[in-house]
Design a protein around this ligand. Structure first.
Ligand SMILES: Nc1ncnc2c1ncn2[C@@H]1O[C@H](COP(=O)(O)OP(=O)(O)OP(=O)(O)O)[C@@H](O)[C@H]1O
Ligand SMILES: [Mg+2]
Length: 250
């Protein structure tokens, strides 16, 4: 039985009258890629912010690596976050820094590496994401797909145990999107990284997910393997897969 890395138990979160999470439960297991699908505005990013300590739940319990973090203060979160890598939708590279300095900046913040070690780490991770030799390029010289891969190189250089991906393939053509999917799979196989991925991209979800859950009505519904999800007779899942405007999801 795999270790539970992230556990959310009966989480509630509202913004004034808007009840976003209502009894939200989630368990992400060590080494798996868990994909959350769900309509826009259902609260996927809010859930991700609660898991990473950027938002506090109104009630419920959050456990990370078996530790109850529900009442953690910011200083405690910063220790936990050292184990996390983030790939944001827009890659979030510093536009004024070249690729090398973008990666080096995060490394210097987190580790006490020598210049030589930093250089080696950058070379190794740019190779891993399939973009060796682009150290001196500025973000403005990179395509959207390349920026995402550099964002990923920056995240994995920090040697995280868990990577959070918010819409990793949005805005990419199908070939570049498959490239990102392949990388996510490669990181799982090579580094045994646990991943939590939020996406609207069904093709991507089915090529990376060990398990998938549909986020709707404030909670994750119908958690199952990618195969089972595609064959599910659940009316919400069927509507989401078909993209029909008629059905339980409004
Ligand atoms: N800080 C906040 N203050 C008030 N309302 C918020 C806040 N953050 C999120 N919300 C609301 O919570 C709901 C869920 O937002 P969230 O960003 O989690 O959606 P999402 O599922 O990630 O959508 P998308 O797929 O479009 O990214 C939205 O109605 C949003 O307006
Ligand atoms: Mg979102």
């Amino acid at each position: 039985m795999s270790e539970v890395i992230i556990k959310l138990h009966n989480i509630y979160k509202s913004f004034e009258e808007k009840h976003v999470l209502q009894g939200f439960n989630l368990e992400v297991l060590s080494g798996e890629t868990f994909v959350i699908l769900g309509p826009s505005g259902c609260g996927k990013s809010v859930a991700l912010k609660i898991i990473t300590g950027l938002l506090k739940a109104d009630c419920g319990k959050v456990e990370i690596f078996g530790q109850d973090v529900s009442n953690f203060q910011e200083k405690d979160w910063s220790k936990i976050r050292r184990n996390f890598g983030f790939l944001f939708q827009n890659s979030a590279l510093f536009d004024s820094l070249n690729v090398e300095d973008n990666i080096a900046f995060s490394l210097r913040q987190s580790f006490d590496y020598s210049d030589e070690e930093i250089k080696e780490c950058i070379i190794k991770n740019l190779k891993l994401i399939g973009l060796p030799g682009i150290e001196k390029k500025m973000p403005s010289e990179l395509s959207g797909g390349m920026k995402k891969r550099v964002g990923l190189a920056r995240a994995i250089a920090l040697n995280p145990k868990v990577i959070f991906y918010d819409e990793p393939t949005t805005g990419l053509d199908p070939i570049r999107a498959s490239g990102i999917d392949n990388l996510i799979n490669k990181l799982k196989e090579k580094l045994n990284i646990t991943s939590l991925v939020i996406t609207h991209d069904l093709k991507s979800a089915f090529s990376i997910a060990d398990r998938i859950g549909l986020h709707y009505n404030g909670k994750i519904q119908n958690i199952c393997t990618a195969d089972e999800f595609q064959k599910s007779t659940n009316s919400m899942v069927q509507q989401f897969l078909s993209g029909s405007t008629i059905g339980p999801i409004q």
